[in-house]
Ligand binder design. Structure first.
Ligand code: 5GP
Ligand code: ZN
Length: 137
């Protein structure tokens, strides 16, 4: 993907502060961090989002998450961490090359990841669960 900024970072055409790299992923510090130590894991293959991610590659990519999270936590001394991943404009994705955010969290920090909890009508959750389950066989 010639125009993709993350492909350029992966190829080394654009500099980045790299904290981990292997055959499948490159993990860098986010250029506009939500908090100090905010990192993003880039999948080396150009895949736009999780819906395009082959399961076999997903296994390799997500297996890196715990050790990267632990290293960031050990270095930053954060109290917690949000690990999240945006798919699609409506979900907040701005770079359309699959990546996973690691956002260190501290008590009373300035990060804001919140939603207003909704609810289900009687029986609605069971019906929906069954419908989704049917698509997973
Ligand atoms: P998204 O909103 O797509 O989930 O996240 C994209 C992230 O990529 C943002 O947090 C943004 O700050 C980061 N980002 C965008 N361009 C660059 C860049 O050139 N270098 C680095 N290190 N991060 C970038
Ligand atoms: Zn790309």
């Amino acid at each position: 993907m010639d125009s993709c900024i993350f492909c350029k970072i992966i190829k080394g055409e654009i500099p980045s502060s790299t904290i981990y790299e292997d055959e499948n992923v490159k993990v860098i510090l986010d250029i506009s961090p939500a908090a100090k130590g905010h990192a993003i894991l880039l999948v080396k293959e150009h895949v736009a989002n999780v819906f395009e991610l082959p399961a076999e590659l997903a296994g390799k990519v997500f297996s890196v998450v715990p050790k990267v999270a632990a290293a960031i936590k050990a270095e930053l001394g954060c109290d917690g961490m949000n690990i999240l991943q945006n798919n699609g404009v409506e979900a907040g994705q701005t770079v359309f090359h699959l990546h996973i955010h690691f956002i260190p969290r501290w008590k009373n920090d300035t990060v804001n990841i919140k939603w207003a909890p909704l609810g289900y009508a009687d029986g609605e959750a069971a019906e929906l669960a069954a419908a989704i389950k049917a698509r997973l066989v």
